[in-house]
Design a protein around this ligand. Structure first.
Ligand code: K7E
Ligand code: CUA
Length: 796
């Protein structure tokens, strides 16, 4: 209750001296009265009395928890009150979990894990037939690969700005790229690189998402055949693939994609040009020695041979030119993919090499597209290359030689703008909104360096915990970075959190970069995979859906052929000539029942169940889990999801809804009965657990009439206010109206049964009528509370 709205913090600035203590060391500042009282009164907007009280409480908490004033300030910058939203959303690679993690900045609250290369049961990903088909696209050489080593997410762009429509992410272990639609945060497509055996650079997109770029890592033969390592130089290859993205359909088009073949130099990270460098892309490499280890053969290991030389090669590729050559038929088909051979690329001015220092890692193009920053992992420098200088060298035919494959080499001195000493183990770089300002991660030093790449000088450093890999600034890869926050994506957490066994979480540390000095604000443990890169987008650029169009197959983005309407549910059993039988269910789910509630099949049947969620209300998800069949669906409002399995054992298989969707959620259940072959019901009728009388019926009707009176009062309140000005309430009212419609249907059935003195059915339908009333009342009360809390006005 005492804390502090973020906006209040802008009311003052702490003086520079208060920031100079080294991060991680205990800072023993005494709270200054003036600052603290300012903070508290600004935050609470209270007068002198209340302020004194709150300040007393705040000081007490600070003392009890050992918090400094700086801690409280950091808390105020990240704390998000209940119901509050974040300004940015971060999409983090989930490393070898094969997922994407979504969290908010500055609150650092995790919002979602998106199943990408790995089944994710909560979302039914890899369990329903629709998403199984997506995962099956990711089979490599016929094998299911049910994990991914995700490294680099990238947003789709329009004119170099994130457009909030799609996210791409690569798999390093199995060279694949996935497409996630940000309309529903679901994975829609996985493509497998036809020629690479490993891939790291990627995903990186061109300015208008014409292409999604991925680069090979560990060289391999492009074909799938065995090639001895002795033929490494001649037959093993690297390359860079340009996946054609169709912005209309939201899918990659493999047939319109191509790979530029490159020498076996262990290509690494890549980036696409922007503005003046649009049409070009840049890719690092780290083992241009072409060394092949083999400890067991008595050879020095890879690490020795791959870092022996002083330089590796930055690959500079004119992809516009490569695209022309591809369209002109200059590519070869290898493994079904289009490959532009290296000799053609060299001859036609597609591929150039420039020396880069010592096993570099990361090439990042500046927002204006004029510079590329490369850091050498084993060097203390970052090198700033000038695109203008590179172009002059190319146009003037000024090369210092050719590599063994005939690719022209531009000299370092003809392409360099500045070289700046930053610290030990520089890796990745992010751009600020402030001109010329960048941040580079220092892996060995466990620091972030802030520096000016125009002037070539270091501006500030901050220690982080511990070894940092990537780092991300807000909209940092776009043509107009926002700056504001930086997140250090640390590899090792070591002692930063409560120990949870030998495997620790990762540590993502939030840093405020709005001022002169970087300020470390918050540590977030990330307990999923080893994330590599993260991208962050303004939250208001995303417009995710609340519900699907009715009967939607979310993976193909089409109306499902199995869409089922209320009242049209059916179960059919059919057998083919060979005696193979299928029991197929077209069903629905809605609070709080699954239709059908009983499914009968015979042993050996293929069972197909298609379920459509009839809800329109926000967040009214139903799940569908079944005993012993590995079935777990997530059916969001409007979605149709399917499951197919063979009922190979007879028995009784309960199923139920897995989301606590209403007060009668536990009753959202049913049975699959797998009968022996040739089973025939003996004609015995169901015995009711309870028998109901007219008195039961009358009592229930009385309850229903009273409930209706409550509903009428709530309706009167809502309609006497300007509820139409509140979209949330309009949606609740629509949903409540639906529920009352269902109540009417049950009421009619109840009265019809009562008219024939069938008290059993009259009572049961009266109860169902009441169930719908309860749902309507619940929604109505939620709407009324919302109106009360949000200052609705009386209109009549
Ligand atoms: Cu440096 Cu794969 Cu981008 Cu890890 S990578 S850190
Ligand atoms: Cu539907 Cu629980």
């Amino acid at each position: 209750m005492i804390f502090i709205k973020a906006r209040a913090v802008h009311a003052f600035k702490i003086s520079p001296e208060t920031n100079t203590d080294k991060q991680g060391e205990p800072h023993q500042m005494k709270p200054t009265k003036t600052l603290l009282s300012l903070l508290v009164s600004a935050a609470l907007g209270v007068g002198a009395m209340g302020s004194a009280l709150a300040q007393g409480q705040l000081e007490k908490v600070m003392k009890e928890r050992g918090l400094t004033e700086k801690d409280v300030l950091a808390a105020a910058k990240t704390y998000t009150p209940t119901g509050g939203r974040d300004e940015y959303l971060a999409f983090s690679s989930g490393g070898q979990s094969g997922q994407v993690i979504v969290y908010g900045i500055p609150s650092m609250r995790i919002l979602k894990y998106i199943g990408v290369f790995t089944p994710e049961p909560w979302q039914g990903y890899g369990f329903d037939d629709e998403s199984k088909a997506v995962l099956a696209q990711g089979k490599v050489r016929g094998k299911d690969i049910l994990y991914g080593d995700t490294h680099h997410p990238a947003f789709s762009e329009t004119a170099g700005e994130y457009n909030g429509k799609y996210l791409f992410i690569n798999d390093k272990a199995n060279p694949r790229v996935a497409v996630i639609d940000l309309h529903d945060f679901e994975t829609k497509q996985i493509v497998v690189n036809p020629v690479f055996k490993s891939q790291h650079g990627g995903a990186f997109v061109t300015e208008n998402t014409e292409y999604v770029i991925t680069a090979a890592q560990y060289a391999g033969p492009f074909e799938n055949d065995f090639v001895p390592l002795e033929e490494f130089n001649d037959k093993y290859r690297g390359g860079v693939t340009y996946w054609k993205f169709n912005n209309e359909t939201g899918r990659i088009e493999p047939e319109n994609s191509f790979t530029v073949e490159a020498p076996p130099y262990s290509q690494d990270l890549s980036d696409a040009g922007k503005g003046p460098s649009h049409g070009w892309s840049f890719t690092n490499s780290f083992c241009s020695e072409r060394y092949v280890g083999g400890i067991e053969r008595g050879r020095p290991p890879f690490e020795a041979g791959c870092s022996a030389k002083d330089t590796d090669f930055l690959h500079v590729i004119n992809w516009k030119k490569a695209e022309e050559l591809f369209k002109a038929g200059k590519t070869k088909k290898i493994n079904g993919g289009n490959v532009l051979p290296m000799d053609v690329a060299a001859k036609e001015g597609v591929l150039f090499l420039i020396p880069e220092v010592k096993s570099p890692h990361g090439v990042d193009v500046s927002p204006d597209g004029k510079y590329m920053i490369v850091s050498g992992k084993l060097d203390t420098h970052a090198t700033v290359y000038s695109f203008d200088k590179i172009q002059s060298a190319i146009k003037g035919g000024k090369f210092e030689g050719k590599d063994p494959y005939g690719i022209p080499i531009i000299s370092l001195k003809d392409s360099i703008h500045k070289q700046v000493e930053l610290g030990l183990g520089p890796l990745h770089t992010q751009y600020d909104s402030k001109e010329c300002v960048v941040y580079t991660s220092l892996y060995v030093d466990s620091m972030v360096a802030k520096w000016d790449y125009c002037q070539g000088k270091v501006l500030d450093k901050v220690s982080i915990h511990y070894n940092i890999g990537h780092l991300v600034s807000m909209e940092g890869d776009s043509v107009s970075p926002d700056g504001k926050y930086l997140v250090a994506l640390n590899k090792l957490a070591i002692d930063r959190f409560n120990p949870v066994g030998p495997l620790h979480p990762q540590n993502h540390q939030l840093i405020d970069i709005s001022g002169e000095k970087m300020e470390l604000l918050y540590d977030m443990p990330l307990p999923l995979g080893e994330p590599h890169y993260v991208v962050a987008i303004k939250a208001d650029k995303l417009k995710p859906a609340v519900r699907y169009k009715s009967g939607w197959d979310s993976r193909s983005d089409k109306v499902s052929p199995y869409k089922t309407r209320a009242g049209r549910e059916k179960t059919e059993r059919s057998c083919d000539a060979a005696g193979n039988c299928t029991t197929e269910v077209w069903g629905t789910v809605i609070r709080s029942h699954i239709t059908p509630e009983i499914i009968e099949a015979q042993v050996g049947d293929t069972v197909k169940i298609h379920l459509t969620n009839l809800e329109r209300a926000e967040d009214e998800v139903h799940g569908f889990a079944m005993y012993a069949q590995n079935v777990q669906l997530s059916i969001e409002p409007g979605k149709t999801a399917s499951t197919t399995f063979v009922a190979d054992q007879e028995g009784v298989f309960p199923y139920y809804c897995t989301e606590f969707c209403s007060a009668l959620h536990l009753e959202m259940q049913g049975y699959l009965l797998v009968q022996p072959k040739g089973y025939e019901a003996k004609g015995a009728s169901m015995k009711e657990g309870e028998a109901y009388t007219k008195a039961d019926y009358d009592k229930q009707v009385k309850t229903n009439v009273e409930t209706q009176a409550v509903i009428d009062q709530v309706v009167a309140y809502i309609t006497s206010h300007n509820y139409q000005d509140f979209p949330t309430v309009v949606a609740l009212v629509e949903d409540a109206t639906d529920q009352l419609g269902f109540a009417k249907g049950a009421k009619d059935k109840s009265e019809a049964a009562a008219a024939t003195e069938d008290w059993q059915n009259a009572m049961l339908w009266a109860n169902q009528w009441w169930q719908y009333q309860v749902k309507a009342a619940d929604l109505g009360l939620r709407a009324k509370t919302f109106l009360e809390q949000n200052g609705a006005k009386k209109v009549k």
